[in-house]
Ligand binder design. Structure first.
Ligand SMILES: [Zn+2]
Length: 383
């Protein structure tokens, strides 16, 4: 039996097990009619049970539990009487109408990360939280310039975050975000300088990004700073094609981005789709976030599978799990429900994420091995 055949047989076995589990699940949910009214349904589980999250904002990943622990650590009084009120403050409101409104939701989490101990502990707690949800590798991103309200410098903030990743055994790298905005050019320059200083191949700062209001501050404003990043050999991803259209993605690729944060709107321009495919650029897609910020109005047209079918490298990520009230497992399950995402397609998403991770080839090889993703045998899963 050749290795491919053996692999297929093994896969068939796994599929059969999954079908049995699904059948059992259907049966059990049918029996749910007999549940007591106050009994909570178990959270749905996706086919995949281990994940890679490449697009995870630290300040967007603060849950009620994490906020309470940061409150206690720093002797801060949260502006909430109970957990329910705190949850309301931390999660996106139903009437959040745009990306700009969505960005307002970060104020409370950010206020909890203005000291070295608060920021370090936030990184550790977020890492531990995603690890408990099955994530085996995460790239946590944050903007050092947003952590200087109580005396920390950007460099202090980076050191605190590095301290946080040392205290978790989850494999984590950091992405430093520049911020779109007005009058913060010097702050972005400083972030870039520090990215150069702290850049490592793995186990620390491995890339930069730009976050913030894309529609208000277009990607074209940041040509020079990304030229400097490229010159310095700093890998980068750019939030683009989310609040703005495909042109923003075209520019980001022109600047040298190897990954695009979201990029969901490239369908608006077939030429940009072609460019993304030809350059092998990876899209960090985040469905719930895109729904909540109205980057996509009709989720039945969410282009994840279309992009995959066209040979574009896409990945699934959380973006802001605390604000959105989700996990990465939820996102996989969401796409299974919406588009019948298959186990094979999920493996492709995971493989794409490993391929595009800002880390070393050694780490990538160990992640593939951990997920049982043999590179050569994976072409079968692209449908
Ligand atoms: Zn993002």
């Amino acid at each position: 039996m050749n290795p491919t055949k053996r692999f297929e047989n093994k896969t068939y076995g796994i599929f059969r097990s999954i079908l049995l589990v699904l059948a059992l699940t259907v049966c059990l949910s049918g029996c749910g009619k007999h549940q007591k009214a106050d009994e909570k349904e178990p959270a749905p589980v996706s086919y995949a049970d281990r994940y890679i999250d490449l697009h995870l904002h630290l300040d967007g990943a603060v849950t009620v539990e994490i906020a309470k622990q940061l409150e206690e650590l720093q002797n801060i009084k949260l502006p909430a009487a109970d957990d329910e009120e705190l949850k309301r403050l931390l999660t996106v409101p139903a009437d959040c109408e745009s990306l700009n409104d969505f960005l307002e939701c970060f104020n409370l989490p950010l206020s909890l990360m203005q000291t070295p101990e608060g920021l370090s502990e936030a990184v550790r707690l977020v890492a531990e939280n995603v690890k408990s949800q099955g994530v085996i590798y995460a790239e946590i991103r944050f903007a050092p310039q947003l952590h200087t309200e109580r005396g920390m410098t950007q460099e202090d903030a980076i050191r605190a975050a590095l301290d946080g990743i040392k205290k978790t055994d989850l494999k984590v790298n950091l992405i430093l975000c520049l911020m779109r905005g007005e009058g913060n050019e010097a702050l972005n320059e400083e972030t870039l300088r520090l990215a150069k200083k702290y850049l490592v191949a793995d186990g620390g700062v491995t890339a930069i990004d730009i976050a913030g209001a894309e529609a208000l501050y277009p990607t074209s404003n940041y040509r020079e700073i990304f030229a400097a990043a490229k010159e310095a050999g700093i890998p980068f991803t750019i939030h683009a094609g989310e609040a703005n259209g495909a042109e923003s993605v075209r520019l980001a690729i022109e600047f040298g981005a190897t990954r695009i944060g979201h990029g969901v709107r490239i369908y608006e321009d077939p030429e940009v789709m072609k460019l993304v495919k030809e350059k092998g650029v990876t899209l960090e897609m985040c469905p719930t976030s895109n729904r909540q910020t109205h980057a996509i109005e009709d989720m039945s047209k969410y282009p994840l599978i279309d992009y995959m079918n066209q040979g574009i490298k896409v990945t699934l990520n959380t973006d802001d799990m605390g604000i959105e009230g989700i996990t990465l497992s939820d996102e996989y399950h969401y796409m299974e429900q919406m588009f019948h995402l298959t186990p094979g397609q999920e493996r492709t998403l995971l493989r794409n994420a490993i391929d595009a991770a800002f880390t070393t080839e050694e780490v990538k090889a160990s992640l593939r091995a951990e997920l049982g993703l043999n590179y050569e045998l994976e072409t079968w899963s692209v449908k």
